[in-house]
Design a protein around this ligand. Structure first.
Ligand SMILES: Cc1cc2nc3c(=O)[nH]c(=O)nc-3n(C[C@H](O)[C@H](O)[C@H](O)COP(=O)(O)O)c2cc1C
Length: 138
């Protein structure tokens, strides 16, 4: 089982979530690719059995630019893939994540964690535990 965790993070909050998702994925016995969206290789990521994608809410409830660029590259190849979504936000109500989950489902993927895992700013222990559980899924 191979799992990829691809994330974008400006100030480290989504990165912290990504590291916890990766910990959960490793604990599940999977081979893990952990990479930023900037340096991710889309072909490698698409070979994985489960793909976890993380982005903070940016702009006005949109993805971080680096994740938008990466996601746009893989979007047309997501049919039948298992995708987990996560990210950090501040003042919004999670609209960026609901939109991302809908977009991912529209691409034909199965979003394995419903509307995505969102965390307000810095993850507390409960949020990190949710991230680890997410990484261990499937
Ligand atoms: C330019 C900018 C735009 C942002 N836009 C939103 C937004 O639309 N909705 C929201 O809830 N938070 C927004 N935020 C807050 C970030 O999502 C929040 O600080 C998050 O924890 C950053 O995650 P990171 O540390 O992984 O970069 C914005 C922050 C910045 C700097």
């Amino acid at each position: 089982m191979k799992k990829a965790i691809v994330y974008a993070s400006m100030t480290g909050n989504t990165e912290t979530m990504a590291n916890a998702v990766a910990d959960g994925a490793k604990a599940s016995g999977a081979e893990v690719i952990l990479t930023t969206a900037d340096s991710a290789n889309e072909a490698d990521v698409l070979t994985c059995d489960v793909i976890f994608l993380g982005s903070p809410a940016m702009g006005a409830e949109v993805l971080d630019d680096a994740m938008e660029a990466f996601f746009s590259k893989i979007e047309s190849s997501l049919s039948g893939k298992k995708i987990g979504l996560f990210g950090s936000y501040d003042w919004g109500d999670g609209q960026w994540m609901r939109d991302w989950a809908a977009r991912t489902a529209a691409a034909g993927a199965a979003v394995i964690n419903g509307d995505g895992l969102i965390c307000h700013l810095t993850s507390d222990d409960d949020a990190l535990s949710e991230c680890k559980k997410l990484g261990a899924q499937i």
